[in-house]
Design a protein. Structure first.
Length: 576
């Protein structure tokens, strides 16, 4: 038997001993780095890119050592480096312990130093094309967000405190949340039991009056005695369910538009399956034109107003060009674009997902000819990983909190599948090659498209904080069409900037009636108006035809030549 004296000691070192050994190791590291920097600087001209990078590394390590010494001996330490402060609005570090506890203050500041250093290295790279630099910055930012100490239980003081307070129940609850998400293959953002289609979502009364293999057409019941003679059709993006514009009654754009005395129709696109493997962008353009003709015939009107949201807005621009080339432009009296891009030169972070590897991955995961909507949901989450991934990991996996009921996030998680041919064509022809702005570069059913031929009056809405369709990209439409145009910049982003009912009294919007060549020039001379831009749009719509007709006959869903096939919100929105 071994002598106990030969066994290693299991005594726990005191705090003073830990601090002494930590100081020794830190001081040794500092001495070696300083010596290495001195030798490197003596061998390298000061004006070389490598020398500049080395200088940045020297600053980083010097600041790191300063933080280390501040934690070991707070009383004698100098003020912390400014680069370690981070953004005071960063919600990951709002708990008081991140600043009041010396250990977690050091962890937080060290993370900010590292994050700044990693992003700074990307900016310091010489001779790197701008596109590659932005791709690298996006990837680096994603990595920086992923390694935040807030994402790990042992480096997050809130998680430690809650684990002690609940005797670990939070970790069991969080594990249950995580296993449920793994089973469904999708991150949960909202309480899935809080909402139900037809009960508290998509409740505006109406009827499905047409159904094709690609879409259902919904006609909403009027609530006023008279309605605008020119009806309105809404084309939502088929990347998500149509009811983004018919959320809870308080947030429903469709319900509000009906209350304004507008005859409203909306398309509900079918979520793709194997039967749609050959569906392309041409089919969606032709479908939009077909819907316009259906409504014109039903109501015996010469034209309709049209709204296109996001990708359906891009498609609406192509539909306008297609109709113009066919001599049928007068079928659409006005066109409204919600956060829609037609020129993809400044398309934002989504443009980073169109390289050869990304396209090959999309093909690989779509063997049946359609892309599972969960892949698109994951992509959109990555664009705002800090808010849409890691905050949920912390709150629901680590802290074990229940999911809140949130209608916008419930809709966001209600994914749709996409036809593979359409999706690949959209990414390559538009995001990668930007062909829509090149006259004749794209054709629909053999008819070349030229946006400069579009003279339809247009209302263009962009979101100031939109990360999917950046405002500068949306602005580009103003220099492509030749018809009269009103541009409105709304507060908030891609969803909340659009779904902003007047009763909420939230956000603001900017208008500018003076000519402006750039978005910056528009903003510089713009007038800010508090609240929703919806009333501004309604007034603009009436300037393009304010005649009213009785809300009778075919203006009532199912009473005209197209009988009702079922109640709104229809069947396609429920298909999973």
């Amino acid at each position: 038997m071994a002598d106990p004296a030969d066994q290693p000691s299991t005594a726990i070192p005191s705090l003073a001993e830990l601090q002494q050994w930590t100081w020794v190791l830190g001081r040794a590291q500092q001495m070696m780095m300083e010596q290495g920097f001195d030798l490197a600087e003596a061998m390298m001209p000061a004006d070389t890119p490598a020398a500049a990078a080395l200088g940045g590394a020297h600053d980083y390590w010097s600041d790191s050592i300063a933080l280390w010494q501040r934690w070991l001996d707070p009383a004698a330490a100098a003020p912390p480096p400014a680069a370690s402060d981070g953004d005071p609005r960063d919600r990951r570090f709002t708990a008081p312990a991140w600043r009041d506890d010396p250990l977690f203050d050091w962890i937080r500041r060290s993370y900010h130093l590292l994050a700044g250093r990693m992003l700074g290295e990307v900016d310091a790279l010489a001779d790197l094309p701008d596109r590659q630099r932005e791709q690298l910055r996006f990837a680096t930012r994603a990595l920086v967000d992923a390694i935040s100490p807030a994402n790990f239980p042992l480096t997050n003081p809130e998680v430690i405190e809650r684990t002690i307070a609940t005797n670990g129940q939070n970790l069991l609850d969080g594990l249950q949340h995580m296993l449920a998400d793994l089973a469904r293959g999708q991150l949960t953002h909202s309480d899935g039991n809080a909402f139900e289609l037809g009960r508290n979502l998509a409740t505006t009364p109406g009827k499905v009056i047409k159904r094709t293999p690609l879409y259902e057409l919904i006609h909403y019941a009027p609530t006023t005695d008279t309605v605008l003679a020119t009806p309105l059709v809404i084309f939502p993006p088929w990347i998500n369910r149509f009811y983004i514009l018919d959320l809870t009654p308080e947030k429903s754009f469709i319900r509000w538009a009906v209350a304004q005395g507008i005859s409203v129709f909306a398309v509900s696109w079918k979520s793709a399956d194997a039967t749609m493997k050959d569906v392309s962008w041409d089919d969606y353009v032709v479908a939009q034109a077909e819907v316009v003709e259906t409504i014109r015939a039903l109501l015996a009107v010469p034209a309709v107003h049209a709204i296109g949201y996001c990708v359906a807005g891009t498609t609406l621009a192509a539909t306008l060009a297609w109709l113009a080339a066919r001599g049928e432009a007068e079928q659409i009296a006005s066109a409204t674009f919600f956060t829609a891009q037609v020129d993809f030169a400044e398309a934002g972070d989504l443009a980073y997902f169109v390289d050869d590897d990304a396209l090959a991955l999309i093909r690989a995961v779509s063997p049946e000819g359609f892309l599972d909507g969960r892949y698109m949901a994951a992509t959109f989450n990555l664009l705002r990983g800090r808010d849409l991934i890691w905050s949920y990991v912390t709150n629901h996996y680590l802290l074990g909190r229940d999911y809140p009921p949130f209608d916008l996030l419930h809709w966001n998680a209600d994914t749709t599948n996409l036809p593979l041919d359409w999706h690949l064509g959209y990414l390559t022809d538009l995001y990668r090659d930007n062909l829509l702005v090149q006259p004749g570069a794209l054709a629909i059913r053999g008819v070349p498209l030229d946006l400069s031929r579009v003279a339809t009056p247009s209302y263009v809405q962009a979101g100031r904080d939109d990360h999917i369709a950046p405002a500068a990209s949306v602005w580009s439409i103003t220099r492509l069409f030749r018809g009269p145009m009103r541009f409105v910049l709304a507060g908030s982003g891609h969803i909340a900037g659009v779904v902003n009912p007047p009763a909420a009294g939230k956000y603001q919007y900017w208008t500018n009636d003076a000519p402006a060549d750039t978005l910056d020039a528009f903003v510089a001379g713009a007038t800010e108006t508090k609240g929703s831009w919806w009333p501004d749009w309604s007034a603009w719509l009436r300037r393009h035809g304010d005649a009213m007709v009785p809300a009778t006959g075919a203006r009532l869903p199912g009473e005209g030549t197209l009988p009702a096939l079922g109640d709104a919100p229809g069947d396609y929105v429920r298909t999973r």
